[in-house]
Write a protein that binds this ligand. Sequence first.
Ligand code: 3PG
Ligand code: MG
Length: 395
Amino acid sequence: MAWKTLDDMDLAGKRVLTRVDINVPVENGKVTDTTRIERIAATVQDILDRGGKPVLLAHFGRPKGERNPDMSLQPLIPALEAVFGTSVVFAADCAGPAAAAVVDALQEGQVALLENTRFHAGETKNDADLAAEMAKLGDIYCNDAFSAAHRAHASTEGLARLLPACAGRLMQAELSALESALGTPERPVLAVVGGAKVSTKLELLGNLVSKVDMLVIGGGMANTFLAAQGIDVGKSLCEHDMTDTASEILGKAKEAGCEIILPSDVVVAREFKEGAENETVAANACPADAMILDAGPEAVKAVQAAIESAKTLIWNGPLGAFEIAPFDTATNAAAKYAAERSEGGQLVSVAGGGDTVAALNKAEAAGDFTYISTAGGAFLEWMEGKELPGVAALG
Ligand code: 3PG
Ligand code: MG
């Protein structure tokens, strides 16, 4: 790799400012999925084992540069302590005297956690003064936040230029796994992209059609593509102002020779609720008072056929409203089939993104995927061949 790792650094007695991504789901003050915490544990342990002092920098949510008690990192402490097996000391700021006091008093074997970097407006602006203030708290900078590496922020980018910098263990693992699975992927390559909105994944879809051989569009964003073809989607989630853009993407795909797979049948209901009464109809026959909540059985067969013909699969986003049964049916069936092909060695499969990993876990399919990334946005930008500022700054 083109950058240093923890192996290249002398950590003994050093304060290691470590950027992590612990932007984890929390409900009623409790962490509901600890995947991201577990995946940074090796880095924290390595620093501790070699006599270094880990000082964790992280963001949480999108507080827009203001202190917001609902987005404090403090409630994560019990989950961090449980995973790391050591005490975690909290500082109420990520820069300035409050942070310095905690870092100065840190004992060997302890971990420091600094408050949400995004409480400072300078964080997302990659402000040089904020980066310089944070740099005073460390001797070495270690970036272990691959899933935030698509952001050029003070703690992910600016800081890397101010201290001797290296990649953490998770950063290394993510980059080498993605490179080995997808660097020169075996064709045909299939991408499954789902989720609610076309608008958030527009640029990605436009770029992906020139990189992959087949593209399954699922979830709410499929409705926008159906609407773009003049189909009435009733009360379905649909970005009607994005239909021109969806048509452009379809045109681009045709030019590039990328096959687009949209659902041919759909499961519709009148209520968005677990167990809601539902029926399966052709994709162009959604009743005016109903909404599409999942792909139908014919659509699932088409997705499975695409998986069967593919050598490489990239997955981001569920195919339906997977949080509420039975509208998780299509996602589960496709995920199980991809897992089976991967386990049998016929498919290299990589998935990323919070919702996606939750859906694959629910389908009990995640374990058989070739690789599961902690990243959503960063994984997709990496896929598109974009330079990730957080990674580039380490070089
Ligand atoms: C994520 O959870 O996707 C990463 O932590 C990045 O968060 P962001 O999209 O708010 O920058
Ligand atoms: Mg995100």
